[in-house]
Design a protein around this ligand. Structure first.
Ligand SMILES: Nc1ncnc2c1ncn2[C@@H]1O[C@H](COP(=O)(O)OP(=O)(O)OP(=O)(O)O)[C@@H](O)[C@H]1O
Ligand SMILES: [Mg+2]
Length: 255
């Protein structure tokens, strides 16, 4: 009986946590949209009367709001995964185009670090089924991680390929690497490695958790091969034609 009461109490607290998470992430969204939109407007100096110093300050507001926006989106995803509201929208799409477009979005970030992205999408022609926006989010997180955790001037390599049965993406970086113990915890929510290089870059440790959830909801797998100081290789693979059930199977996340 005591165990049962404890279980009820746990369930109640867990529900309260989920509700709070959902409330916070939804409520943060609209004021943030206002801040971003007006800061963007101001940064174009419409009245022509802002000083250079004021313009720099407005751009800083905008950049901070954008960063907060990414965090809020991750919290919304986390909340959705938590409550089973997270839904994929499956359709047919070109994995090659998805990868190329995502790479283009990451390019400015990498250029800023004098890093190079080597794309190999020769074998990624054809059509697959899945949620292209969500799979793009997976590729995006792997690429931004590769950039964040590699030195200036590093070469990052992405290879994408499809065969009869699956679509596979491999992202390889020459960066700081990950020790064996951390590799085991990498895909859990809020995990960040406890080292100075990681503390030096922004992030909440939700990216890989969300990425692995998206891959699992497609009926696929994600894995890492790494060694501290020896660079990292992340690979994910999803079926070319995911089972229809995968789209709704929150159960896929429970193992
Ligand atoms: N390519 C990599 N090289 C070295 N360490 C990595 C790499 N990718 C991830 N990590 C480690 O795993 C942690 C979790 O990665 P994850 O993408 O989930 O979080 P993050 O990038 O810190 O924050 P965000 O939520 O913005 O993605 C990172 O903080 C880092 O310690
Ligand atoms: Mg990340």
């Amino acid at each position: 009986v005591a165990a049962e009461a404890e279980r009820d109490e746990f369930r109640r607290m867990n529900d309260a946590k989920s509700q709070l998470l959902s409330l916070i992430s939804h409520e943060l969204k609209s004021p943030l949209t206002g801040i971003s939109a007006f800061a963007e407007m101001l940064s174009e100096n419409p009245g022509g009367n802002l000083t250079d110093r004021q313009l720099r300050q407005v751009r800083l507001i905008r950049r901070s709001a954008d960063q907060l926006g990414l965090l809020v989106n991750d919290l919304l995803d986390l909340s959705g995964l938590d409550s089973g509201e997270f839904r994929l929208e499956f359709k047919g799409f070109s994995p090659r185009d998805m990868v190329v477009q995502t790479a283009e979005a990451v390019e400015p970030i990498m250029r800023h670090q004098a890093q190079r992205l080597e794309l190999d999408v020769k074998a990624a022609d054809g059509e697959i089924r899945g949620d292209p926006a969500r799979l793009g989010q997976v590729v995006m997180n792997l690429l931004t991680n590769a950039s964040k955790f590699s030195p200036r001037g590093a070469d990052v390599k992405l290879r994408a390929e499809v065969d009869d049965r699956s679509f596979r993406v491999r992202v390889r970086d020459p960066g700081i690497g990950i020790c064996e113990e951390d590799c085991r915890r990498l895909f859990t929510a809020f995990f960040r490695a406890d080292n100075p290089e990681t503390r030096a870059v922004p992030g909440t440790g939700l990216g890989l958790y969300i990425a692995s959830s998206i891959v699992k909801l497609h009926g696929g797998t994600i894995s890492v091969e790494s060694r501290r100081g020896g660079g990292s290789t992340f690979t994910f693979e999803v079926p070319r034609n995911p089972p229809v059930a995968a789209q709704h199977a929150q159960a896929a996340l429970d193992d």
